[in-house]
Design a protein around this ligand. Structure first.
Ligand code: PLP
Length: 396
């Protein structure tokens, strides 16, 4: 008999979508996979060199649970620049990707029964981790406000049990980039109502002009004592498989993370730590810029193809590398014709009819959305989106 806890969560919806795509591909059908939460790219030369040098130096031992002190210093420097505040190494924990940073945050902040506010649609792992920690996710609808939470809705959701709010900008899956006023207002609300802010800026390097990513502390320095910054190099340097990220926050949180992490994973992979340290010390931002250009090109190509969609509005795609299609109008028309059209059916039909794998909004708590990743090579993207557009247009 498994623990009752195992009934509280299931494997992530994005992983399930990718598995479904692989299963159909295994049957011989050509599938263009737009499910991935990662960018098609080679590895940054500075990261590669750092890793190879570490291996050649026979580095193979545990490091401090929270990561190499030099790396924590380098990250403190990075965060100081980004937030325009001074950060020190003892406010940083190096983690096995942002996912572990978020898991640590949930385990350290949430008591059984505590509520955590999460804008909806949401990245699937946010509520899953809160539930694992014994808390209750409370969703804030954003569909009617261009996927940016309205302050009044957030304020109305706060109760005596509310412990924290998760803010993810640029947002997965919606591609929304939160504006200055929204972030400043949410930070002020958190201060007034004594809430923690879990600020996930994993897609922060992909805000597409004229949109700008604002680290929340640049707008609300006074929120620092209640803010946990979560970030990683999975997206910004296309290092998903290396599993390296960080959590930055008050020292008391970081020492609790040290205790927790010492019983879970210990330090993040030592070679990945050295590779990242070498990259940060090199000060070479050319690879990151190249990646941003690639994503920008893919976005422009994608938007030009999706412009031909007849019953689906052009996705905003302000940040990150996802197009989030809004099926509301298609659903409304289907209903008039006596048909029920939900996002899961659309995703299955796209897979079978167009040979394009996408992720249903139901994985993100939304019945009217479909997420398409444009982190893939341009040729496949072009082919996949043309097929998808043609197929969706035949349904009108
Ligand atoms: N946060 C968000 C919003 C994400 O979309 C993801 C991955 O898709 C993560 C965190 C986790 O990133 P990592 O691979 O660094 O664990």
């Amino acid at each position: 008999m498994l623990a009752q806890r195992t009934t509280l969560f299931k494997s992530s919806g994005t992983a399930a979508a990718s598995d479904a795509a692989k299963a159909v591909a295994a049957s011989g059908k050509e599938i263009i996979d737009l499910t991935a939460g990662e960018i098609w790219s080679h590895t940054a030369p500075s990261v590669r060199e750092g890793a190879i040098a570490a291996i050649n130096s026979d580095i193979n031992r545990y490091t401090d649970t929270l990561g190499l002190m030099e790396l924590r210093h380098a990250l403190a420097q990075k965060i100081s620049t980004e937030t325009a505040q001074s950060w020190s190494a003892d406010e940083i924990a190096v983690t096995t990707g942002a996912k572990q940073a978020l898991f640590n945050a949930a385990m350290i902040l949430v008591n059984p029964g505590d509520e955590v506010l999460i804008p909806d649609p949401y990245w699937t792992t946010f509520p899953a981790q809160i539930v694992i920690a014994g808390g209750a996710p409370v969703f804030i609808e954003t569909r009617h406000s261009h996927f940016v939470p309205r302050l009044a809705d957030v304020a109305a959701a706060v109760t005596r049990k509310t412990k924290a709010i998760v803010i993810n900008t640029p947002n997965n899956p919606t591609g929304a980039v939160y504006d200055r006023d929204t972030l400043a207002d949410m930070a002020q609300l958190a201060i007034d109502r004594e809430l923690w802010i879990i600020f996930d800026e994993c897609y922060g390097t992909f805000a597409h002009a004229p949109h700008v990513h604002h680290p929340i502390l640049t707008l609300a320095p006074r929120a620092r004592e209640r803010t946990l910054i979560v970030n990683s190099f999975s997206k910004s340097l296309a290092l998903t498989g290396w599993r390296i990220g960080y959590l930055a926050g008050p020292k008391a949180v970081i020492s609790a993370v040290k205790a927790l992490q010492s019983h879970t994973t210990s330090n993040p992979n030592v070679i990945a730590q050295h590779a990242l340290l070498h990259h940060l010390e090199s000060g070479d931002s050319s690879f990151q810029l190249q990646l941003q250009r690639h994503v920008g090109d893919a976005r422009a190509l994608g938007l030009s193809i999706l412009a031909a969609l007849r019953s689906v509005p052009q996705p905003a795609a302000q940040g990150g590398f996802y197009f989030y299609l809004d099926l509301s109008e298609m659903q409304r028309r289907a209903k008039i014709n006596g048909r029920e059209l939900n996002a899961d059916n659309v995703v299955s039909a796209l897979l079978m009819d167009a040979g394009v794998a996408t992720v249903s909004g139901t994985a993100f708590g939304d019945r009217a959305g479909v997420r398409l990743s444009y982190g893939i090579d341009l040729e496949s993207l072009d082919k996949g989106l043309r097929r998808l557009t043609a197929t969706l247009n035949t349904w009108n």
